[in-house]
Design a protein around this ligand. Structure first.
Ligand code: PMP
Length: 444
């Protein structure tokens, strides 16, 4: 299998020559919160698929819902107003779920990158309908990740997802992330750093001219950039700046929606109501590709009251509102709410974060530990703590492999080890994740 893999298969986010140099190996089965490789080696999936498998791999009600839907109506498009019972029921459930965030309309996609694309396009369209056609630019955070489509890559704040594909979309500008470990202000106090980052955003808004900016897009907790939680004042500050300058706020909650931060949405966690919210990943927990862009009443009204025809939505995918995806999402949302997974995410997240801090005290190579908001944590590895030089790829690879051999799959992203286990992990699972990491670090 490995030989065939090397010959015919290219992997996302991997060099074709070294895609199997480190775990994951060939995964053939999964059960509960564990994955099983081709050699029968069982590991706790501390990545949670790809931050999406919140409910674990054995969620029978979701499997049953998918099977029943496949037998009843495997596919029909919802283009131009054709509809089906599932997508209607799901939209109602999502409107209820996101009501505290002020969001009441759902536009379906097949994943997060599509959702980002749709949200950015809707933002431009919103301003055009209102006669502010000059509002076309987008602002976002450095270290932000917004998928791999061209608009998403353009607002992406990580060089490695951008440089090979330039020139990207003009009109996208990035401001400093509230990243206490490394920032251009050399500020280590999270609250003061949040204020400096907000000042930088306002400065950029003035520099660009507010009347040319359509939207600010941000993750409530930066994920793929290395799990960077901002100070509690940051997102409310961005909201205030957006409102003051007529800019739409898009919350990219592809990772954070549905409980991962310990609250139901990342925006709610910070007490913010965005204008648009992108959800995907845990909406179907990996059981089916799906996503939903949620729209606020205020934005929806502009489209719905438009009589010029400019409000017609020109975005859509063959698989927008796939009935099987919708069936999976309905079952996932029911399970998510029934199990109140956000509560366990908060409790187990606190256990994990405390354990990682203890690990840092024993291992010099850990320069920073980030977390404290549910089950999203990261360890940043450095060659030495003084210079903060990122650790080399080979050493982090060794930690990765040794941790895997000790029974836990983690994710390596640059010089970070990222942990985002299913939200249904037990206290023992978290203890096992920590002891496997201990073994991983002891290997170097
Ligand atoms: N936005 C964020 C914040 C993400 O983390 C991701 C995926 N990791 C995306 C967008 C893209 O989603 P997808 O991979 O489903 O296209």
């Amino acid at each position: 299998l490995k030989e065939h893999n090397a010959r015919h298969l290219w992997h996302p986010m991997a060099h074709p020559a070294d895609s199997l140099a480190n775990p994951p190996d060939i995964i053939v089965e999964a059960e509960g919160v564990q994955i099983i490789d081709v050699d029968g080696h069982r590991t706790i999936d501390a990545v949670g698929g790809l931050w999406n498998v919140n409910l674990g791999y054995s969620c029978q009600p979701v499997k049953d819902a998918i099977t029943a839907q496949l037998n009843r109506l495997p596919y029909y498009s919802i283009f131009r107003g054709t509809t089906n019972d599932n997508v209607i029921e799901l939209a109602e459930m999502l409107a209820a779920f996101f009501a505290p965030d002020g969001l009441s309309r759902a536009f379906y996609t097949s994943g997060g990158s599509d959702g980002v694309e749709v949200a950015l396009r809707l933002a431009r369209q919103y301003h055009k309908i209102r006669g502010e056609a000059g509002r076309v630019k987008f602002l976002s955070l450095k270290k932000g990740y917004h998928g791999t489509h061209t608009l998403g890559a353009s607002v992406n704040g990580n060089a490695n997802f951008r440089t090979q594909y330039e020139p990207l979309m003009p009109g996208c500008y990035h401001t400093p992330a509230p990243y206490t470990y490394r920032n251009p202000f050399n500020e280590t106090d999270p609250e003061r750093l949040a204020q400096l980052c907000l000042a930088a955003i306002e400065d950029e808004i003035m520099f660009q001219d507010a009347s040319t900016i359509a939207a600010f897009i941000m993750e409530p907790v930066l994920g793929a950039g290395g799990v960077i939680p901002p100070h509690a004042s940051f997102m409310p500050g961005v909201r205030a700046l957006c409102s003051k300058h007529g800019i739409l706020l898009i919350a990219d909650e592809v990772i954070t929606a549905f409980g991962r931060t310990g609250g139901w949405t990342g925006s709610r966690h910070w007490g913010v109501r965005p204008d648009l919210l992108v959800s995907a990943k845990a909406i179907t927990n990996g059981y089916f590709p799906f996503g939903a862009v949620m729209v606020s009443e205020g934005v929806a009204e502009v489209f719905e009251k438009d009589t010029s025809g400019r409000g017609a939505i020109g975005s859509g995918y063959t698989y927008s509102g796939h009935p099987v995806g919708a069936a999976a999402a309905i079952a996932c949302l029911r399970e998510t709410e029934r199990l109140q997974v956000q509560l366990n995410a908060g409790a187990r997240g606190a256990q994990l974060f405390a354990g990682l801090q203890a690990l840092m005290a024993r291992h010099e190579v850990i320069g920073d530990v980030r977390g404290g908001h549910g089950l999203m944590c990261a360890l940043e590895l450095v060659a030495d703590r003084g210079s903060k030089t990122p650790i080399d790829k080979k050493t982090i690879g060794k930690v990765h492999r040794a941790t895997y051999e000790a029974g836990v799959m983690v994710r390596v992203s640059g010089n970070n080890i990222i942990l985002s286990p299913p939200l249904v992990v037990s206290e023992t699972d978290v203890a096992n994740i920590l002891s496997a990491l201990e073994a991983g670090f002891s290997a170097i």
